[in-house]
Design a binder for this molecule. Structure first.
Ligand code: ASP
Length: 443
C-alpha cells in the first residue's frame, strides 16, 4: 500500500505539532510521501508564516523607511523556523537559505516565490526530521508561461522522479514555470499538491491531515456538536461545496478522482478518529438519509413571468445572455411553466441591477418581473435520498413546524440534493429543523 499524506499549517505550526505528525507517519509504514504546508497559527490570534512572507515581501526594497521593518519581519519568520528546529533537536542550519531568500526578496524576484518559501523551509525541516528524501516542488510541479498548471507534464515528470525514492517529502503549494520562476496555486493549495502526488504514484489513499475530524453534517456554529460524516462521495461533496471549501481546496479533488483514489480527512490532534472518507462511489449504506446540510445567505432572486414562455424557442438563452453580458454568475435557476427564477449573489447583482432589468425587458419582453433580496439557499444532500420516500415531505413539514416560510424548493434530477430557498433571517432555524428531523430523531 502507498499512502500520500498532506499536513496542513496548524498541524505543523510548532515543534510539538511536528512531533505529533512524525508519530502519525511512523505509525504506518505505508505513509511514504509527505506534503507539508507552511507553519500555520499556533493560537487563534497568531499569524500564518505564509501571511508573514507576503507582508515581508511587500516591504522588501521599497524605500529606506521600510528597510528596518523588512529586516525585522524576516527575522521574525526565521525565528519561527529556528524555534521548530530547536524544539526538535535538529542539527539543521538555515543561514544559507535565509541569505538566499533575503537576496531574492531584495531583487524583488516575485510574490509567489516569497510565499512558497513557507512550504519549502518546512519541507527541509520535515525531511531532516523524518530522514526522508527531499524533492523540491519547483523541479516536479510544472506551470506554463501564463501560470496555468500543466497536469500531464507534471504527472510524467513527477511519477518518474518519485518512483526513484522509497520515501520523500515534497513541499506543497508551489511549482515552477518553464524559466524557473516560482508559481503558487491559490491559497490553501498544498491540498492540490498532495492530490497531484497521489495521482502520480498511484497511491491507494490520499490522507489529508488537518485540525478537524473531517466534515460535519452541518455547520457547528448553527448546530451544537453536529455528527461527523463518515463517508461522502465526490458528487455529494460538490453539492455541499458551500461547506467543503474551508476543509479541502476544491481543486484538490480532480487529480485523485480521475484515478479513483479516496481522500481521507483526518485530525492531527485526534489521530484515532477515522475522519471522513471521500470516495467515487460506495455501496455502504449511509448512516442517515441525508449526508449533509450546507447553505449560504445573501442571495437575490429575479423572477421572470411570461405567458407561453415554455414554447418560445431560445427564451432561457436570451435571459442568460443578459447575465453573461453583465458578468454576473448564476447560482441557481428553478423554473415553472410560465416563470423562471434566477438566484444571484446579492452583492454582485446590486450595482448592476437596473442594467440587468433593462436588459431582460429588451431581450424577452416579460409580462412581469419581480426582484427579491436577503434570501438564503440551503442544500440538503444525500445519496440515501434516492432510496427513501418522503424526504421532501419531511423537510416541508419540519420547516412548517419551525415556522419557516419556504420561498423555493427544488430537487436536483440526480435525486442527490434538494435546494431550499428561505429568508436570511430564517436560515439558522431552517437548518436546525432539517438536522433535527433527519439526524436527531434517528438516533
Ligand atoms: N501556506 C499556504 C496558505 O496559507 C498554502 C497551504 O497552506 O495550503 O494558503
Amino acid at each position: 500500500m502507498i499512502k500520500v499524506v498532506k499536513f496542513g499549517g496548524s498541524s505543523l505550526a510548532s515543534a510539538e505539532q511536528f512531533k505529533k505528525v512524525a508519530r502519525i507517519i511512523r505509525k504506518d509504514q505505508d505513509r511514504r510521501y509527505v506534503i507539508p504546508s507552511a507553519p500555520g497559527k499556533r493560537t487563534p490570534d497568531d499569524t500564518k508564516v505564509t501571511d508573514m512572507l507576503y507582508s515581508c515581501y511587500a516591504l522588501a526594497n521599497m524605500d529606506e523607511d521600510c528597510d528596518e521593518e523588512f529586516e525585522e519581519q524576516l527575522n521574525r519568520i526565521r525565528e519561527r523556523y529556528e524555534e521548530i528546529i530547536k524544539g526538535l533537536d535538529l542539527d539543521l542550519d538555515l543561514t544559507d537559505e535565509f541569505r538566499t531568500i533575503r537576496e531574492n526578496f531584495i531583487r524583488r524576484i516575485g510574490r509567489d516565490y516569497a510565499a512558497s518559501r513557507g512550504e519549502y523551509l518546512n519541507g527541509l525541516i520535515m525531511s531532516a526530521y523524518l530522514g526522508y528524501d527531499f524533492i523540491d516542488a519547483a523541479e516536479v510541479i510544472q506551470f506554463d508561461e501564463a501560470g496555468n498548471f500543466l497536469a500531464d507534464e507534471t504527472n510524467q515528470i513527477l511519477s518518474g522522479r518519485i518512483r526513484e525514492v522509497e520515501r520523500a517529502v515534497i513541499p506543497g503549494f508551489y511549482g515552477a514555470m518553464p524559466d524557473g520562476t516560482i508559481k503558487t496555486f491559490s491559497r490553501g493549495g498544498s491540498d492540490i499538491t498532495g492530490s497531484i502526488v497521489a495521482r502520480a504514484i498511484h497511491a491507494d489513499m490520499y490522507e489529508n491531515w488537518t485540525d478537524v475530524s473531517g466534515f460535519l453534517i452541518a455547520d457547528p456554529r448553527i448546530i451544537k456538536n453536529p455528527k461527523a460524516i463518515d463517508v461522502i462521495t465526490y458528487r455529494e461533496l460538490r453539492e455541499l461545496s458551500y461547506m467543503g471549501a474551508t476543509v479541502l481546496h476544491e481543486d484538490a479533488i480532480f487529480p485523485v478522482r480521475r484515478e479513483g483514489i479516496p481522500i481521507n480527512i483526518r485530525n492531527t490532534n485526534i489521530p484515532e478518529d477515522k475522519g471522513t472518507l471521500i470516495v467515487e462511489g460506495t455501496c455502504r449504506k449511509p448512516r442517515f438519509v441525508i449526508t449533509g446540510i450546507a447553505g449560504k445567505k445573501d442571495f437575490a432572486s429575479i423572477t421572470i413571468e411570461k405567458a407561453m414562455m415554455n414554447s418560445e424557442v431560445g427564451f432561457c438563452k436570451k435571459v442568460l445572455e443578459v447575465f453573461e453580458d453583465n458578468q454576473i454568475s448564476i447560482e441557481h435557476m428553478p423554473s415553472g411553466i410560465d416563470t423562471m427564477t434566477i438566484f444571484v449573489h446579492q452583492d454582485e447583482f446590486e450595482e448592476k441591477e437596473q442594467k440587468v432589468i433593462a436588459g431582460i425587458h429588451r431581450a424577452v419582453e416579460p409580462d412581469f418581473l419581480e426582484l427579491e433580496s436577503d434570501l438564503a439557499l440551503i442544500a440538503v444532500v444525500g445519496r440515501g435520498m434516492r432510496a427513501t420516500r418522503g424526504t421532501s415531505g419531511r423537510i416541508f413539514s419540519a420547516l412548517a413546524h419551525a415556522n419557516v416560510n419556504v420561498k423555493m424548493i427544488d430537487q436536483g434530477s440526480s435525486e442527490l440534493n434538494i435546494i431550499i430557498g428561505v429568508r436570511n433571517h430564517d436560515f439558522n432555524d431552517a437548518i436546525r429543523a432539517i438536522y433535527d428531523i433527519f439526524v436527531n430523531t434517528m438516533i
